[in-house]
Design a protein around this ligand. Structure first.
Ligand SMILES: [Zn+2]
Length: 478
């Protein structure tokens, strides 16, 4: 089966671009990870989830994917936060890196294939700065090194801004402003200064790298240049990604990545979530509150480029969605063929359901993802499948769960179809159900209602059907 064409929105060109791997069937993704100076919040978690899900989808389509996501563990923010807390900056970065891995592990979407650290990539970072100086695209000034923005004729092509209207956001560094040959230039290396408790030796003296050069070096070291997808949140387009692109272009003579993919922000009822807003939910608290299933479903419910609305109603919708999926999972027959480690070919061959309508929804699910990874549209098809399946089951038909499992697996939610030890009603609930049946048989409706209420209090809904009454876990009780 040939690989189906996939299109992804590219920020540099401003439109959809076909995914054209340099090596057939191999996709390399670099996604900028967090700066580890505090616990990550749900806004930081969005890129992690988007690229983890993108990898799952590409693998389901038969691609071999390498996902690299860095941790920025040396940075002004880390020095500042460590100073404020009275701890060593390396200790803070290690502790927050551990929290980041533990918090994102709880999402259950797997880890990136490689998670490089700036502090362990120093030789590659210093070598890249030396190459830029050699190319005339960077210069040393009193122990600092700056990138010469006007050395790059294509500077501004990613964020599509006029070079004269740009601000590197380094205005709070008056010494740097004096050392720069042009206010547009940005730092590749900064000489160590007071308040910074960790520094590295370099050809320009002791100091530390700038944020942008870290990612150019780590991405190249892990994936080479000219890889397929560079990702991150859309707050990174300028200056971070513009500068990454410029650095690699000037040092290597080619583009760092062919597609620049950016995810949208989280909005708290219309207000963009950033660190300047006080009411940000940390990821671990959101996981405690919602559980990973509802959280992953909530993130998948918005197109990755659109803002994700973090509000009571969207959270409640995600919770209800999880309950609906568990419920249909109980009604479907487990798939007959479930190869433990299917080849890529087998994975893509979704078995027909026996119903052309359902087969169509399942095909449309993948189609939506091939068109700019539209998880929102794909979920729409998935819910159509669920509705169609429920009506077939209501009419006494039987259906296997293979198609739904295949779709949910792409979203990291196939576990919702697994039998759960606490799924079935316990002996006490079955006893109440039997008493209710007896009450109904003698037409003692008041007693039957009492027993129904007792079951409801225990978390069970009674569903009366042609084949008798059955107990269904009440929404929101697990
Ligand atoms: Zn980065």
């Amino acid at each position: 089966m040939p690989l189906r064409p996939i299109q992804i929105h590219d920020t540099a060109s401003g439109g959809l671009q076909p995914l054209r791997p340099e090596q057939s069937g191999r996709v390399r993704i670099y996604a900028c990870g967090p700066t580890v100076y505090n616990r990550i919040h749900v806004g930081n978690a969005r890129p992690f989830i988007v690229y983890a899900l993108l990898k799952r989808f590409l693998v389901s389509q038969g691609y071999a994917v390498t996902l690299v996501s860095n941790l920025t563990d040396v940075n002004d923010k880390i020095y500042a936060a460590a100073n404020a807390a009275g701890v060593a900056s390396t200790d803070l970065a290690v502790a927050m890196g551990d929290h980041y891995r533990a918090d994102t592990d709880r999402l259950g979407l797997g880890r990136p294939d490689l998670e490089p650290l700036a502090t362990t990539s120093m030789p590659a970072i210093i070598a890249l700065i030396e190459d830029l100086i050699g190319e005339g695209a960077a210069y040393e000034a009193e122990g600092d090194v700056y990138f010469r923005v006007r050395a790059d004729a294509r500077y501004g092509s990613l964020s599509r801004r006029d070079v004269d209207e740009m601000d590197q956001g380094e205005g709070d560094d008056p010494v740097g402003l004096k050392l720069k040959q042009d206010p547009l230039d940005f730092a590749l290396w900064k000489a160590t200064k007071s308040g910074e408790d960790v520094a590295w030796d370099s050809p320009w003296g002791r100091g530390r790298p700038g944020w942008h050069i870290e990612c150019s070096a780590m991405a190249e070291e892990a994936l080479g240049v000219g890889f397929e997808i560079h990702g991150g949140g859309n707050d990174l387009v300028f200056p971070h990604h513009e500068n990454e692109a410029a650095q690699t272009r000037c040092a290597r003579g080619r583009e760092l990545a062919t597609i620049w993919m950016h995810s949208g922000m989280i909005e708290l009822r219309g207000a963009k979530m950033s660190k300047s807003v006080g009411n940000i939910t940390p990821l671990h608290e959101a996981l405690d509150e919602l559980g990973r299933d509802a959280l992953v479903l909530l993130f998948a419910s918005a197109h990755y480029r659109q803002p994700l609305n973090w509000a009571d109603d969207s959270i409640e919708q995600a919770r209800a969605g999880v309950r609906r999926l568990r419920e249909i999972g109980r009604r479907l027959t487990p798939g007959l063929v479930a190869p433990p480690a299917p080849s890529a070919e087998e994975k893509r061959a979704v078995p027909p359901s026996g119903d052309p309508g359902l087969d169509g929804f399942c095909a449309a699910f993948s189609e939506a993802l091939r068109e700019d990874f539209n998880t929102a549209a794909a979920l729409g098809r998935l819910w159509q499948w669920v509705r169609g399946a429920n009506s077939i089951l209501d009419q006494g038909g039987e259906l296997r769960d293979d198609q739904l499992r295949t779709m949910l697996d792409v979203l990291g939610l196939a576990n919702l179809l697994d039998p759960h030890p606490s799924d079935g009603p316990d002996a006490a609930a079955l006893d109440l159900l039997a008493q209710r049946q007896e009450a109904r048989e003698v037409k003692d409706w008041a007693r039957a209602d009492e027993l129904r209420d007792a079951l409801a209090a225990a978390g069970w809904t009674v569903r009366d059907g042609a084949a008798g009454a059955e107990l269904v876990r009440t929404e929101g009780t697990r």
